[in-house]
Design a protein around this ligand. Structure first.
Ligand SMILES: [Zn+2]
Length: 235
């Protein structure tokens, strides 16, 4: 695979063991162009970076070496981990994002991404359930890569999880205590930043993060029957 290099010096001084790499985090850049995004990911004042950047035409740039800790996840949680930078590789893909003009992801960009993910999964023995979006690990702050990102397609290529779609129609679900069951399910999957017992105004954002990932046509922040069923089929 052809990798171009566009080095960023935004990484922690301490080198990590390659065994620490257990997750891949997918981001969109949320900026006007690939050039502007990469400039920011290199700027020492921005304090952000990623390991790989993928342009809309599919060109892949390595910005930080895998054994360095890049600064892409920020305040984040997944399962028992807090701040996933140390344990992950960050991949940014160019997209103007929700606050400028959220775009579809071109085929070329996605096929480069899948090739890169396959290579990294093999190299570091990363499980497909550990391929996550930024909004999965920081649901209160982040929307990326968002509802246009083709997680279902990635799952068909073996590089992401999905629920058994054929079971959605026949699967019965209890419609009482929906909040309790939904949050218990997504807690098992790995989502955090909520209380299992107490409702809060943060719930909506967490439900939306889950829907952006697994029910991208119905991102409404409500625990619908379908939302609940999908959460069950994933556990
Ligand atoms: Zn991000």
């Amino acid at each position: 695979m052809l990798l171009k290099v566009n080095k960023s010096l935004n990484f922690s001084s301490k080198t990590r063991s390659l065994r620490d790499i257990r997750y891949l985090i997918i981001h969109y850049s949320g900026m006007q162009s690939g050039r502007v995004s990469m400039d920011r990911l290199k700027n020492s004042k921005s304090k952000v970076s990623c390991h790989y950047f993928i342009e809309r035409n599919g060109s892949i740039f390595r910005m930080v070496k895998d054994n360095k800790i890049a600064w892409h996840a920020g305040k984040s949680k997944w399962k028992d981990l807090k701040n996933l930078n140390k344990h992950s590789i960050g991949i940014e893909i160019q997209n103007k994002g929700h606050f400028i003009n959220y775009q579809n992801f071109p085929k070329k960009q996605i096929s480069s991404l899948i090739k890169l993910i396959k290579l990294l999964m093999k190299k570091y023995k990363i499980k497909k359930e550990n391929i996550l979006g930024h909004s999965d690990i920081a649901p209160l702050r982040k929307l990326d890569p968002g509802e246009k990102f083709p997680w279902n397609f990635l799952s068909k290529k073996g590089v992401a999880i999905w629920y058994p779609q054929n079971k959605l129609k026949t699967h019965n679900t209890e419609l009482k205590n929906m909040r309790k069951f939904f949050f218990r399910n997504i807690y098992k999957i790995g989502y955090r930043f909520f209380s299992l017992s107490k409702k809060s105004n943060k719930d909506r954002k967490i439900i939306m993060a889950f829907q952006r990932r697994f029910l991208p046509k119905e991102v409404n922040g409500k625990i619908t029957e379908k939302t609940l069923k999908i959460s069950q089929l994933l556990t």
